[in-house]
Design a protein around this ligand. Structure first.
Ligand code: AMP
Length: 489
């Protein structure tokens, strides 16, 4: 059951901002958390990014802070009253942008500080005075040490993505920051899971928190169509391109397990005429933001990423996610494919398993998602010389490692390289727009593009056959958010 924001009696400036955002009904986390925060209670919330969590804590905090609203130019009249801590620069930036939108019609000021960029502009902003400060822990400590940020009037603290902050090793920084805050305050903690460490953190810093859980961790959305294909390493690129083309997919994330593999794959896809960009830990912050912007603008069709680098991507609902490598941790599988098929929209998650260690990794995934994983074969569009490869829908575990070496030998490299390649030039076909999802319709917007993706252009020349010929284009789906790499101070 969902209810409307108008039931909350938020102040007019906040209601106006919500209306402008186009939100009609509250998400489950908003429905449950907003009244609790308005009542001044601590919250321990199990909610992932993409659930509307930012509004769930921002709106009631802003509402409660309205009593401090003033138009004075004196910095002393604008002390930090709410502190929102996040693990990564990208997440901090995204949350700060949302807070700014919600506070748009109030006189409350907000700012964001995170590492990896010059401190000076942040210092200037802090010195002018801000009521809501969104920050990553490391950079915030730098500002505290430089006496740019004073936290003795903080009334509200949000520890967002707390599990990830602990994973990254921010606990000592968090403890230091929390020691600067007044004891009398409201503390909200959000985490994807309630691990023992999270519970310990909560018991140290929260007072009689109300526990709110909106999604089962480790659950994969039923709207995501999941496929696991047995593909040799050498055939993965070819399989990727074929599926993109057959499914009429316009944009996708492609996850790999290593930085090196990421750069290499992006380069080779690019060489084959696909508009691709790579996101991995060796890229600078600037390069990553540019890559993301290019993907959002539709200048690139494939974003090849490692798990760490992908954490901060503020696009949560792409039409398809490919696990070019099976992730080492089953939890990463859930996170990766959580970027597609959100809020009732359809999504596609395709994983390529190439034997060896993948057997164990897929078994781990199966256990975690509590779904049986069937290994599927890919029928390539061009005939194979021997027909030995992927001969049937055998159960994954029966496949084992043995066949892989022969599979590779079966396939002349030049055929793989030549397939589907470069002639992306004309690309006259524009992907038809599809119905919008009424809920969460914002962030993934299919970019305006001058040309269709390379795989679609190739499809004109080679009609699709083989798997799933009856599958239609994915719906246009919304986008939600997620995180990136730890900040580097
Ligand atoms: P979050 O989980 O806070 O990162 O929010 C994910 C996305 O959902 C953001 O783009 C928000 O603008 C959007 N959103 C938040 N609340 C609602 C709502 N009640 N209705 C529709 N979209 C929302």
């Amino acid at each position: 059951m969902t209810s409307s924001f108008s039931n909350l009696s938020l102040a007019e400036p906040l209601n106006r901002a919500v209306a402008e955002m186009g939100y009609e009904t509250m998400t489950p986390i908003q429905e449950q958390a907003i009244p609790v925060v308005l009542a001044g209670q601590d919250v321990m919330g199990a909610a992932q990014t993409g659930t509307g969590k930012t509004a769930a804590f921002s709106l009631p905090l802003l509402q409660r802070m309205l009593k401090h609203e003033n138009s004075s130019t004196s910095p002393a009249r604008h002390p930090v009253r709410a502190l929102v801590l996040l693990p990564t620069r990208e997440l901090a930036d995204q949350v700060a942008q949302q807070v700014k939108l919600y506070a748009k019609y109030t006189q409350l000021r907000s700012a964001v500080v995170f590492g990896g960029i010059d401190m000076k502009p942040q210092t200037l902003e802090l010195k002018k005075g801000v009521e809501v400060l969104v920050a990553t822990p490391g950079r915030l400590l730098d500002h505290i040490e430089a006496k740019n940020a004073v936290l003795n009037q903080v009334e509200y603290v949000v520890l967002d993505e707390a599990d990830r902050m602990l994973d990254i090793g921010f606990l000592p920084d968090l403890q230091r920051i929390l020691s600067y805050l007044p004891k009398q305050r409201t503390t909200l903690l959000f985490s994807a899971t309630f691990s023992t460490e999270i519970k310990r953190l909560a018991s140290s810093y929260l007072q009689n928190p109300v526990t709110i859980e909106v999604a089962q961790p480790n659950e994969t959305a039923s709207t995501v169509e999941q496929h696991f294909y047995s593909v040799t390493d050498d055939d993965k690129r070819r399989a990727l391109k074929q599926i993109l083309r057959q499914r009429g997919i316009t944009q996708a994330f492609v996850f790999v397990n290593s930085k090196l593999g990421c750069a290499r794959l992006a380069r080779s896809l690019e060489r084959e005429g696909l508009k691709t960009t790579a996101l991995h830990g060796d890229k600078s912050q600037d390069e990553r933001l540019k890559a993301l912007a290019a993907f959002k603008a539709g200048e690139v069709d494939l974003l090849v990423a490692t798990d760490v680098a992908a954490r901060g991507l503020d696009i949560k609902d792409v039409p398809a996610v490919f696990n070019f490598d099976i992730p080492f941790n089953a939890e990463d599988y859930v996170h990766r494919i959580g970027r597609t098929g959100r809020a009732g929209a359809s999504g596609l998650a395709v994983s390529f398993a190439s034997g060896g260690n993948d057997v164990r990794l897929v078994a781990d995934i199966e256990k975690l998602i509590k779904k049986k994983v069937e290994l599927e074969a890919i029928e390539f569009e061009e005939d194979r010389p021997q027909g030995r490869i992927n001969d049937g829908r055998r159960r994954w575990r029966e496949e084992g490692e043995a066949g892989d070496a022969r599979d590779v030998l079966d396939q002349p490299r030049e055929r793989k390289e030549a397939h589907f390649g470069r002639g992306a030039g004309g690309r006259p076909h524009r992907v038809p727009s599809t119905p919008r999802d009424p809920f969460f319709e914002k962030p993934y917007e299919e970019p305006e593009r001058e040309a269709a993706p390379a795989w679609e252009a190739a499809a004109k020349a080679t009609p699709a056959r083989g798997i799933s010929a009856n599958i239609k284009s994915k719906r246009k789906v919304p986008a939600l958010f997620k995180n990136v790499e730890p900040e580097q101070r």
